[in-house]
Write a protein that binds this ligand. Structure first.
Ligand SMILES: Cc1cc2nc3c(=O)[nH]c(=O)nc-3n(C[C@H](O)[C@H](O)[C@H](O)COP(=O)(O)OP(=O)(O)OC[C@H]3O[C@@H](n4cnc5c(N)ncnc54)[C@H](O)[C@@H]3O)c2cc1C
Length: 443
């Protein structure tokens, strides 16, 4: 078993961070990436500028590996686009990892060798097996541990207010997008059109900002912003009190766009159906009969969910609400948390009944929003330490995340309760973190 590799699923920021830590610890690692490049998911939103700076987007172990290869570290105080993050950091990192990273390799199943999830007998003596599809070929790889860092970008939530596709949503697919509009490549699709944006997270705010800018330039462009919640409440975030200034600024710009009249805001709208009119436009109907008519395009940014289909044969302990590891879920539940703070957590919170199987990165958050790559890096460090048997390092978790400046939970689905800023939704104590060198408010 000890000679078998640790298989990492996904060559995104979290997966490559885990691989860098495994290499540093002299462990055998194989990264399987479904896409044709490192950061294949990030590359799909390559035109979006991140609200984290380079200094918050580079994993320490990865940096050490890259430094040995004379990597040109970007200025830590600047903000990359998705393309820059992928091209200037993830691709060089995969380059340094060499043939430990396989592209075009989609993981389609993980199990315990010769045993489904029911069978106890001999389970602990058998390695894990990873089923991989490469083009038409299929193979099975034995592994001593599996780190699933496959993200959630491939599984966007639908428009339907109940979490299922709205009636007619699939039929209207040609007019519905599930990512921030790329006005470089898709300007004509949205210019002069009536565009619905559904969602209230950072991607939805980004879409409001770019479409409002388009509305300024292209007469006739109208934006209708659909929210499930009963009031806008704290959707725009903490503005200047956000400890990630660019994230705060994003919220302020979206607020300006909404207040400048470029955006018509509709709250309490849970989409139940999408109908296509004779003129080709769409009508959206909510569960309580409200309608938004004459829609040309819909941008659905209602969050993501984990693809758990290929993990059906291993024993996971997932929260029934968020589909995140049960010990982590209470720390990130948007029903009660909106400050973006998550207590330091690592292998202990990410461990499952199936030994050696971990979800890290965006996927570890299940359906919860506000994941930051800093969290994925700390998760990877702790999980790898545990796999290598260094339990002291695994349990020494250190992470302080920049707070959003708003607290008190989302109250997303009904009229939000009054937001009080005293003590915060998780009463997070103010601390200074030497390991990452971030101090709340210190920039
Ligand atoms: C528009 C946008 C902006 C964001 N901005 C920020 C920001 O400013 N700061 C921040 O900290 N975070 C930000 N995030 C959140 C988060 O950090 C990123 O999403 C980050 O890419 C998550 O890293 P990951 O490695 O967990 O997942 P991903 O980057 O999604 O990587 C997962 C990889 O796994 C691969 N994969 C998927 N399924 C399989 C399979 N079955 N087999 C093999 N490979 C598979 C995918 O192709 C992908 O390459 C942003 C997210 C989005 C969508």
């Amino acid at each position: 078993m000890s000679e078998l590799p640790v298989v990492v699923v996904g060559a995104g920021p979290a997966g490559l961070s885990a691989a860098a830590h495994l290499v540093e610890r002299g462990e055998r690692v194989l990264v399987l990436e479904a896409g044709d490049r490192a950061g294949a998911a990030v590359s799909q939103w390559n035109y979006v500028r991140l609200f984290s700076r380079w200094s918050e987007l580079v994993d320490p172990a990865a940096e050490r590996l890259l430094a040995a290869a004379e990597w040109a570290r970007p200025d830590g105080d600047t903000y990359p686009t998705g393309a820059e993050w992928a091209d200037l950091y993830l691709a060089p990192l995969a380059g340094v990892l060499g043939d430990r990273v396989r592209f075009g390799a989609r993981v389609v199943g993980v199990a315990r060798r010769g045993r489904d999830r029911v069978v106890d007998a001999g389970r602990e003596d058998e390695p894990l097996t990873v089923h991989v599809r490469t083009g038409e070929a299929e193979e099975r790889i034995s592994a001593r541990a599996v780190i699933d860092a496959s993200g959630t970008f491939g599984s966007p939530n639908p428009l339907g207010g109940d979490g299922l596709p709205a009636v007619g949503e699939k039929a209207a697919a040609a007019r519905i997008g599930y990512r921030v509009p790329d006005l470089g490549a898709e300007r004509s699709r949205y210019a002069g059109r009536r565009v619905v944006v559904a969602g209230s997270g950072h991607s939805a705010l980004t879409a409001l900002v770019v479409l409002a800018e388009l509305a300024e330039q292209a007469p006739g462009t109208k934006v209708v912003w659909l929210l499930r919640r009963g009031a806008v409440g704290n959707v725009f975030g903490g503005g200047e009190s956000d400890q990630l200034p660019a994230r705060g600024a994003l919220g302020s710009r979206a607020r300006k766009a909404a207040e400048a009249g470029y955006v018509e805001t509709v709250t309490g709208f849970r989409t139940s159906a999408v109908e296509r009119g004779e003129d080709g436009t769409l009508s959206l109907e909510s569960f309580d009969g409200h309608r938004v008519e004459g829609v040309d395009e819909v941008v659905v940014l209602t969050g993501f969910r984990p693809d758990l289909s290929w993990l059906s044969e291993v024993r996971l302990d997932l929260d029934p609400v968020l589909q995140a590891p049960s010990k982590l879920a209470p720390l990130i539940d948007p029903n009660v948390h909106s400050c973006g703070t998550v207590y330091p957590h690592g292998e202990n919170e990410l461990r499952h009944p199936e030994p050696g199987v971990y979800l890290v990165g965006m996927k570890s958050y299940g359906r919860a929003p506000t994941f930051l790559s800093l969290t994925g890096y700390e998760q990877a460090r702790s999980v790898v330490a545990a796999i290598a048997g260094d339990h002291e390092a695994a349990s020494r978790v250190e992470l302080v995340l920049p707070e959003t400046g708003v607290c008190g939970g989302a109250g997303v689905f009904d009229a939000p309760q009054e937001q009080k800023n005293s003590g915060g939704c998780c009463g997070a104590p103010e601390t200074v973190d030497v390991a990452i060198g971030l101090a709340p408010g210190a920039r």
